[in-house]
Design a protein around this ligand. Structure first.
Ligand code: DGY
Length: 320
């Protein structure tokens, strides 16, 4: 078996160098580059290990083209881009990059929350266009954050880190999850509630659930119609959790005050998507884990998982 590693993208911190220093033959696009689907399909033929991004579909077509593949190391915590059962059938290990990106993603979630609450991007545009004419009592009034209700859908690592940050704002935390978060209940006074109650009580509703058949478009017309008209939706998880047409309709009907989005469906969003122009939506280009240090850590974890599988050790962060 050859130590051959195929990376669909060049990654920050060049983790491929570490693999090369361990004697791996690494196929990686040029600096800052990405491999096309066609390129990937042909390069994986001899690969033992494959490093993918959340934008790479790891499906039967790709797996069938990779008969020697033993590990898919996804450079993301989410892995909805991977056909896990097809990997399992073929004895291929799948790993992700949890923990190292939790705090950065929670920070970005809060940036969207504060930016949406205080209409920061609308304000930025006003000033940068030279249209700001001085302090005015009615100018861009937003929503208070302190003392309000923060709703967390999905109290996993990132949802919890988002909730932890609310302490300084004196917020009440509600969450919906299949499992109780006992530590959060004790320390933060967080309360586990039914989905409907989360929708009805939250001033800020932040989504942190994985994209699964039963969470797909969980934010639909019915969900928006239950929310407070002053509420704000934040999504730094996966675009597929939100029915974007229903979101637009809710904003236009005044059922919702605003939204902060880091993710879209599809991603990237089509240029014609009216969400992109809506004044009450703060948009980010999937920046959850985008800090220099975190991206390097993600790269390190990806390579360590591959080395572990090669050496017959258990991978550090397996999924499925
Ligand atoms: C992930 O890793 O799944 C995140 O979406 C990256 O920001």
């Amino acid at each position: 078996m050859k130590k051959r590693l195929v990376m669909s993208h060049d990654l920050p911190g060049q983790p491929d160098k570490k693999a090369r220093s361990e004697g791996w033959d690494v196929v990686v696009p040029e600096r800052g580059g990405r491999m096309s689907r066609v390129g990937l399909l042909s390069e994986v033929k001899e690969a033992f290990a494959l490093v993918t991004l959340l934008s790479d579909r790891v499906d039967t077509e790709l797996l069938d083209a990779a008969p020697r593949l033993k590990i898919v190391a996804n450079y993301a915590v989410g892995y909805d881009n991977i056909d896990l059962s097809a990997c399992k059938e073929r004895g291929i290990v799948v790993t992700n990059t949890p923990d190292v990106l939790t705090e950065a993603t929670a920070d970005l979630t809060w940036a969207l929350l504060l930016g949406s609450a205080r209409r920061l991007v609308e304000g930025h545009r006003l000033v940068s266009r030279g249209e700001y004419q001085g302090w005015a009592p009615h100018l861009l009034l937003g929503q208070d954050v302190g003392g309000r209700v923060l709703g967390i859908f999905g109290a996993g690592r990132i949802g919890r880190a988002v909730a932890e940050r609310s302490v300084g704002f004196g917020m009440k935390v509600l969450y919906t999850d299949s499992y109780p978060w006992e530590e959060g209940e004790k320390r933060l006074g967080a309360k586990r509630v039914a989905w409907e109650e989360l929708l009805e009580q939250s001033d800020f509703l932040s989504l942190h659930a994985p994209l699964l058949p039963d969470t797909e478009k969980v934010m639909n017309r019915d969900a928006f119609s239950r929310m407070k008209p002053t509420a704000i939706l934040i999504n730094a998880a996966r675009g597929g959790l939100v029915d974007e047409d229903a979101l637009l309709e809710a904003l236009d009907k005044g059922e919702l005050f605003g939204a902060g989005l880091d993710v879209y469906d599809p991603e990237p969003p089509l240029q014609s998507n009216p969400l992109l122009k809506h004044p009450r939506i703060v948009l980010a280009p999937h920046l959850g884990s985008a800090s220099v240090g975190v991206r390097e850590e993600m790269g390190r974890l990806v390579i360590e998982n591959i080395l572990a599988v090669w050496e017959g050790r258990p991978p550090l962060t397996p999924v499925g």
